[in-house]
Write a protein that binds this ligand. Structure first.
Ligand code: 5RP
Length: 234
């Protein structure tokens, strides 16, 4: 029991929690292997940590131009996903994760390549601060990468489901992804069955990738909490 006069544990900022889980993810990196690397501010912490053991790995398969730039700048070789049929582990963040390892991803617009690299990996290790843990997916606007000519029909299809979809902008213009497509963000969805939802929306013509990761769910989540890194397994 903590003595009433003992100093309280320091309250860690969200950035510090991201650093903690980024570092903790190193334990899942297999020496001599190639690592699948996601995208985002939490993954940036992992990439920085990975650089400290770069001599122990062959390199990385990256899920975005942004991560590729950071990996290369730190001297970590980046390999083409087509040259690496199988990865033992993929490490990435999430916008939301539920108690089954289902996630919403794509806040950084990298969801398509993230799903591709996750699909070629045996294990998905999600790294996130505890604000990302939810009972049910759907609070964070759901990112969907779409082909521009299908955008208005897809927005109408989400409206029919009760969702409000808008095209994501950057500097007043539609944001263009690494794949040359656009993103719609959908608010107000109740994603009660993530597997069924992902299957359904993935079939709409013009949808490149829906940001629900249920088929490519996490097997492990390293969650940054006030009391340290908690490991959830699914
Ligand atoms: C990028 C993603 C990210 O993993 C997600 O947005 C979480 O990012 P962050 O670690 O910055 O909170 O899906 O497309």
């Amino acid at each position: 029991m903590t003595h009433p006069n003992s100093p309280a544990a320091p309250i860690l900022s969200q950035d510090e929690l991201k650093t903690l889980v980024g570092l903790a993810a190193l334990q899942y990196v297999v020496p001599g292997d190639i690592v699948g690397v996601g995208t985002g501010s939490t993954v940036n912490k992992f990439i920085d940590a990975l650089a400290t053991i770069k001599d122990q790995i062959k390199g990385a398969v990256s899920s975005s131009e942004a991560s590729t730039l950071r990996l290369k700048a730190l001297g970590i070789p980046v390999l083409d996903s087509n040259d690496v049929p199988h990865l033992s582990v993929y490490i990435d963040g999430a916008d939301e994760i539920d108690g089954h390892g289902h996630m919403v991803k794509g806040g950084g617009a990298a969801l398509t390549r993230e799903k591709i690299v996750a699909a070629q990996s045996a294990k998905f290790v999600c790294i996130a601060d505890e604000s990302k843990l939810v009972d049910k997916l759907g609070k964070f606007p759901l990112p969907v990468e779409v082909i521009p000519m299908a955008a208005q029909r897809i927005i109408a299809q989400f409206a029919a489901m009760g969702g409000q979809a808008t095209i994501r902008l950057k500097d007043g213009q539609p944001l263009i992804t690494d794949n040359g497509q656009i993103i719609v963000d959908v608010l107000g969805l109740q994603i009660a069955d993530p597997l069924a939802f992902e299957t359904q929306v993935s079939q709409w013509p013009g949808v490149v990738t829906v940001g629900v990761f249920a088929h490519q769910k996490a097997q492990v989540c390293l969650l940054g909490t006030a009391t340290g890194v908690k490991t959830l397994t699914f």
